[in-house]
Write a protein that binds this ligand. Structure first.
Ligand code: ATP
Length: 540
């Protein structure tokens, strides 16, 4: 909670303004009933205040109450949405810091749920929790003083009433809801993950006729979530009823107590404290109602803060001398994902101008080795070197400029084919783009599309075949014009004709470059100068 509050610091001025307006606004609201009481006393001849003055003051209070309430809400929501923007910005920055190593293992659906609904839920905390709590505190202190001016006993009673409604009841409510809020948020995150997973695997679900099963599970998860929500709402409803009843009991108690304490004097001492207490539970009830929602809000806050706190496995490197490419090597490299050893002392030399082929059984760690050269992960022991320097001693932007990585899955962003190619080199001319696409044997295909290079790629690139996507990935790598190419199964989806074009281009481009080429295909391996075979994380 203190960390969430700490984020408000840059907007403290607005917070003070919101509290001041809220406090004065609530005082105006209570003043309306108190002035009403004085009006009745004046009519009865028990008070000597002019009725016109009372009516004028009431009108003023009513108008002020409206304006101040608007101002308070405007300030609170300004703070809340500014902070949500700030938190989103921080979360995205944290994700950039954590990517790609940590994100590979994290459930994407859960992450999406944090980015969207959890952050959104913090609005409740910033707009409806912090300032109402402080307003309630200041407001109660003032009213305890006012009621206490009639009799100390009544002041103490009012303090007890406010504390019960504003502190004890929310505390009990929070205990009653237990970790329901947390469970609800977690389940809702898991449901998002499940839906995303189902959408991604729609083809498999249809092929193996698992639709009904999947739907049943979706229903079951939704049902469990609604049970949790129902319980949360039931507790919230019960709390609202309980606080309403307790307030009434305190009002009646105040009437009896003031009659007993001040009964011998004029009726002002009975009527005014009673009416004041009756009309002043607004801010404390607002606090009491927060009791049940607060759990969920803090659970969301925790999940957001967890992401901000997560420390990256790999941090960017800066401050080193720039380096020009002169070959790469891995020396006795060992690496494990968590506790699962993948590479066990691998060594290889990839001199400038060489094409080094890497083969090996599926799961033997070939892609992992390429990722270590990209410095997506760090080796547990041994060293991964580019130009004779550990990749950890090369500035990350320099390393990215030196290396071109083609993964097994080429991701295409929403946008045109040209925009997707420009990711590799933002200022590339049309000729350069075309040249790269010819090398990747994809130019002719793009030309047949209705809008050529300006054809929009469908969301997730589903509109293109695996081979077409792969060739666009290769075209990106050619466009990037890196000295060190890391190609992970670049021809796996290509027919032999396209494979031949791509391999010829690679052979032509090899001068001054080094290529690490992972492939299961013997035909692809033919262009390699040396081929190493990786088995169970070792070169054999
Ligand atoms: N992010 C990750 N977290 C945990 N384990 C991983 C991760 N990525 C890969 N692995 C595991 O590491 C092992 C090596 O994977 P890797 O992708 O490097 O193998 P590969 O030789 O490239 O396989 P393939 O030929 O099938 O592409 C596999 O057992 C895989 O399950």
């Amino acid at each position: 909670m203190s960390r969430l509050v700490g984020l408000v610091r840059p907007l403290a001025g607005y917070m003070v303004l919101a509290i001041a307006m809220g406090l004065v606004g609530h005082l105006c609201a209570t003043a309306l009933t108190v002035l009403g009481a004085y009006g009745i006393l004046s009519v009865m001849g028990e008070a000597s205040l002019p009725l016109a003055g009372i009516a004028g003051a009431m009108a003023l209070c009513a108008v002020a109450r409206g304006a101040l309430r608007y101002g308070e809400q405007a300030c609170n929501h300004f703070i809340a949405f500014k902070l949500l923007a700030l938190i989103r910005d921080r979360v995205f920055r944290a994700l950039r810091r954590l990517a790609p190593a940590k994100l590979e293992g994290r459930g994407k659906g859960e992450l999406i749920s944090v980015i969207t609904s959890d952050i959104e839920l913090l609005e409740v905390f910033y707009a409806h929790t912090i300032s109402p709590a402080l307003i309630a505190l200041a407001f109660c202190a003032i009213l305890i003083g006012f009621i206490g001016s009639f009799s100390v006993v009544l002041g103490i009673y009012a303090a007890f009433a406010y504390a019960t409604v504003g502190i004890v009841l929310p505390w009990l409510a929070s205990r009653a809801s237990g970790d329901d809020g947390l469970r609800f948020r977690t389940r809702s995150g898991e449901l998002s993950g499940f839906v995303l997973d189902s959408l991604r695997g729609l083809d498999e679900i249809q092929q193996y006729d698992r639709g009904a099963e999947r739907l049943d599970e979706l229903r079951e998860r939704t049902r469990a979530l609604s049970v949790d929500e129902e319980r949360l709402k039931r507790v919230a409803g019960r709390n609202a009823a309980a606080s309403g009843a307790v307030v009434l009991v305190f009002d009646i108690g105040m009437l009896l107590l003031s009659a007993w304490v001040c009964g011998g004097q004029e009726p002002t001492g009975v009527l005014v404290p009673t009416v004041t207490l009756m009309g002043s539970f607004g801010p404390t009830i607002a606090l009491a109602n927060l009791g049940s929602t607060l759990q969920g809000t803090f659970a969301a806050g925790n999940r957001v803060l967890d992401i901000l706190d997560e420390s990256p496995r790999v941090t960017d490197v800066t401050g080193h001398e720039p380096v020009s490419f002169s070959g790469a090597a891995a020396r006795d490299v060992a690496f494990a994902y968590e506790n699962e050893p993948v590479l066990r002392g691998i060594s290889l030399e990839a001199p400038e101008g060489a094409i080094v082929g890497i083969t090996g059984r599926s799961g033997s760690g070939k892609s992992t080795l390429l990722k270590l050269f990209m410095r997506f992960w760090l080796p547990d022991s041994g060293s991964v070197e580019v130009s004779g320097r550990s990749v950890s001693d090369i500035n990350t932007p320099d390393l990215r400029a030196l290396e071109g990585f083609v993964t097994q899955d080429t991701h295409l962003f929403r946008g045109t084919i040209k925009q997707n190619l420009l990711i590799a080199k933002q200022d590339a001319s049309d000729e350069e783009i075309e040249g790269a696409c010819r090398k990747a044997s994809v130019h002719e295909f793009i030309r047949t599309l209705p809008q050529g290079y300006d054809t929009p790629v469908g969301e997730l690139g589903d509109a293109l075949s695996g081979g077409e996507r792969q060739r666009i990935g290769l075209a990106r790598a050619f466009l990037h014009d890196a000295s060190f190419l890391l190609l992970d199964e670049p021809t796996s989806n290509l027919d032999s004709l396209n494979e031949a074009v791509v391999l010829r281009a690679l052979a032509r481009e090899r001068a001054g470059r080094t290529v690490l080429l992972v492939s299961h295909r013997a035909s692809t391996m033919r262009i390699a100068d040396t081929v190493i075979s990786v088995e169970r994380g070792r070169v054999c």
